[in-house]
Design a protein around this ligand. Structure first.
Ligand code: C2E
Ligand code: MG
Ligand code: MG
Ligand code: MG
Length: 279
């Protein structure tokens, strides 16, 4: 009867739930092991000045390089890492990869561009975080201005005051702060009022499936104007086509990051670009 159907359904759901928990637990152990085995690597995606094609920076994006050589993108493990707190260790591991790479090139006399590192919002809750980052940078002997901290806009729903003082403390250590995915959340403009960020990265969603590029042009021009008046640099994310480049250029945005110029690439692939200073 009805009762037994319901009962079966509950059993079914709770089995699914158990399976999901088991999968998460398995994944968590795999990531912990990967951290120990040093299997996370930084890929680099160039940021380019669209007028000169010169390299003005890069973003470090984590990849999990498994024993068999396969590469796992962050989408498959970041949210689990955030839920379990492992992301703290993961982000620090990426930072260290970047520092080691920069240090090696600085020692070779290369003039390096700044590299931005993504930091989860979880770090904002940790009092010791900024000192830990600064100490790590110092330990590698890399100038702090070569590391930029990317915080995703969705990190910003914590108290504005707390974030503002966080960003000020980061500045005291000599690092710049970028707001990632700008315009994708609900409080972007509100945040700009109080939080002294250095860079805003226009979310790639703006460039996807755009039918009305007149409206988009107005938005780009307005953000560019506002950013300039606030002394904030603008990076356009997800630039995939020549039309995208044209649109941003005509509307006062000059730094692009996207597949049109380059995909995220391994350290070995990026090194010659860093050394040349151009694509
Ligand atoms: P994000 O920080 O907004 O990084 C940009 C993402 O867009 C990257 O995906 C990049 O590969 C992708 N992308 C760049 N240009 C284009 C383009 O022209 N078209 C399209 N369709 N995509 C483009 P990825 O590497 O898969 O990273 C996804 C997200 O994972 C990142 O978004 C960031 O939120 C997070 N993430 C990546 N690395 C780290 C990390 O080391 N720590 C933390 N906490 N999060 C990370
Ligand atoms: Mg980012
Ligand atoms: Mg980004
Ligand atoms: Mg983004």
């Amino acid at each position: 009867g009805a009762k037994s159907t319901l009962h079966r359904r509950i059993e079914h759901y709770s089995r699914e739930h158990d399976e999901r928990l088991a999968r998460n637990e398995q994944m968590k152990r795999a990531v912990e092991r990967a951290l120990e085995q040093n299997e996370f690597v930084a890929f680099y995606q160039p940021k380019v000045n669209v007028e000169t094609n010169s390299l003005v920076g890069a973003e470090a994006l984590v990849r999990w390089r498994k024993e068999d050589g396969s590469l796992v993108p962050p989408l498959e493990f970041i949210s689990m890492c955030e839920k379990t707190g492992l992301v703290i260790e993961l982000d620090m591991a990426v930072l260290e990869k970047v520092l080691r790479f920069l240090k090696k090139n600085l020692d070779d006399g290369i003039e390096c561009v700044p590299v931005s590192v993504n930091f989860s919002r979880l770090h904002l809750l940790d009092d010791g975080f900024i000192d830990r980052v600064a100490d790590t940078i110092r330990r590698y002997g890399v100038p702090a201005r070569l590391i930029e901290m990317e915080l995703t806009e969705s990190a910003m729903f914590d108290s504005q005051e707390a974030i503002a003082s966080f960003v000020e403390s980061v500045h005291e250590k000599g690092l710049c702060v970028a707001m990632d995915d700008f315009g994708s959340g609900y409080s972007s403009l509100n945040m700009l009022k109080d939080i002294p960020i250095d860079v805003l990265k226009i979310d790639q969603g703006f460039l996807r499936n755009t039918e009305d590029s007149d409206r988009l042009a107005v938005i780009f021009a307005s953000v560019a104007q506002m950013a300039q008046n606030l002394d904030i640099d603008v990076v356009v994310e997800g630039v995939e086509t020549a039309d995208n480049v044209d649109l941003m250029k005509r509307n006062g945005c000059f730094v692009a990051q996207g597949y049109f110029y380059a995909r995220p690439m391994s350290e070995d692939e990026f090194e010659p670009i860093l050394r040349k200073g151009t694509l």
